[in-house]
Write a protein that binds this ligand. Structure first.
Ligand code: PLP
Length: 386
């Protein structure tokens, strides 16, 4: 069965009492024993919960992994993965990774728990030069945030295997319907389910999916030990969101392509970053390793910060807010919002200029989105200053 079909059936077998078509929310901390030493499969909800299990099974199935753990946030997923490793390992991480991941890795490095190097993973020579005797894993994000740079997963995974390193891919900017890193050899995939997988901007959640049973044993142990697991109601919401993932993704991508094409021909737009455009530097690799180009579009504008402020204040359909992957379109300014915690020189090195705007393109009517951007971009670059 295709993923689209599997998703509609997901979780239907959870309720053995009354066969409800939707998994019940087992909102309970503990489970009654049938007899001394005898349970019906669950004893305590940190260790296991049927609603969470239903979500984990769907995620592992979609990703092609051995198993999964649903966590309380995307950052809890990152923490759980890092907790799999011994003290003192060295991590090679994408130089343009999610800000929260950079913050956590840098914190753990300051605390002496691990070592980290931030490297442009598109450059395998640079990755090779960064390897230390204690290097254990490469942390990848593709497409990256906010410039949607693409890392060649096939090349990177081959490189990692040759050097006996594990590959972790944060796949949050896409979904397993568009990119399955394990098909290229990745060992672990993490998500912020807050974004596309839940898709309705009403949950903070995350997930870790592992390729092998051996990694899964460690994962289940560590998630239970650290208690980073998601609550039943949030898992139920993510399961509900997942059912419509295929149709949402189709509309996100249809709209994002239309928005990218519109922006690319607009006189007030300097540059558009969307992997679906042939002009994007990573287009060919994205076309090879992704089934779709995603719903995120970034662009730079003429007229500097004043123009940016004018646009951010003018849109009516695109709402000024951080986050991404929900049904509603969002607009934000990386330099002062999502990437404000980076030092200015870090931002500059990452190519995040002050005139860069990021869009999370939602599932609204395409024409409404284009019309909204059209009216917001209708300014004279020379006279936009307030
Ligand atoms: C949002 C995000 C995270 C963190 O997820 P939370 O659910 O906010 O904790 C991690 N990685 C990426 C790429 C993200 O976009």
């Amino acid at each position: 069965m295709q993923p689209q079909t599997r998703l509609t059936l997901a979780g239907q077998q959870t309720d053995s009492s009354y066969n409800s078509i939707v998994p019940p929310i087992y909102q309970c901390a503990t489970f009654r024993f049938e007899d001394v030493g005898l349970t019906k499969g669950y004893d305590y909800s940190r260790s296991g919960n049927p609603t969470r299990r239903a979500l984990e099974e769907v995620l592992a199935d979609l990703e092609g992994g051995a198993d999964a753990v649903a966590t309380t946030s995307g950052m809890a997923a990152v923490s759980t993965v890092l907790a799999l490793f011994d003290h003192g390992i060295h991590v090679i991480c994408a130089h343009d990774c999610y800000g929260g991941t950079e913050r956590l890795l840098s914190l753990l490095a300051r605390q002496g728990k691990l070592e980290v190097s931030f490297v442009d993973l598109r450059d395998l020579q640079a990755v090779e030069a960064a390897i230390r005797p204690n290097t254990r894993l490469i942390w990848v994000e593709t497409p990256s945030n906010p410039l949607l740079r693409i890392v060649d997963l096939d090349a990177l995974c081959r490189f990692a295997k040759a050097h006996d390193l594990l590959v972790v891919v944060d796949n949050t900017f896409l979904s397993p319907l568009q990119q399955r890193p394990m098909d290229f050899g990745a060992d672990i995939v993490v998500y912020s389910t807050t974004k596309y997988l839940n898709g309705h901007s009403d949950v903070i959640g995350g997930a870790v999916i592992v390729r092998t049973g051996e990694l899964n044993e460690q994962l289940q142990f560590v998630a239970n030990a650290h208690g980073t697991i998601a609550g039943p109601f949030d898992c139920w919401l993510v399961l509900r969101g997942l059912k419509t993932l295929p149709v949402r993704i189709r509309q996100h991508e249809h709209n994002a392509m239309a928005v990218a094409r519109f922006l690319a021909q607009h006189p007030n737009v300097e540059r558009v970053f969307y992997p679906g455009l042939p002009s994007h530097e990573g287009h060919e690799i994205a076309a090879r390793q992704q089934k779709g180009f995603g719903g995120m579009v970034s662009f730079t504008v003429k007229g500097g910060l004043e123009a940016v402020h004018h646009i951010l204040r003018s849109t009516r359909v695109f709402t000024l807010a951080e986050s991404l992957g929900g049904v509603e379109s969002l607009i934000e300014h990386p330099a002062t919002m999502s990437h404000a915690s980076m030092r200015p020189e870090q931002r500059e090195a990452a190519g995040i200029t002050d005139n860069l705007i990021r869009l999370s393109v939602g599932i609204e009517a395409t024409d409404d989105l284009i019309a909204d951007l059209e009216q917001a971009l209708a300014y004279e670059p020379a006279t936009v200053a307030a």
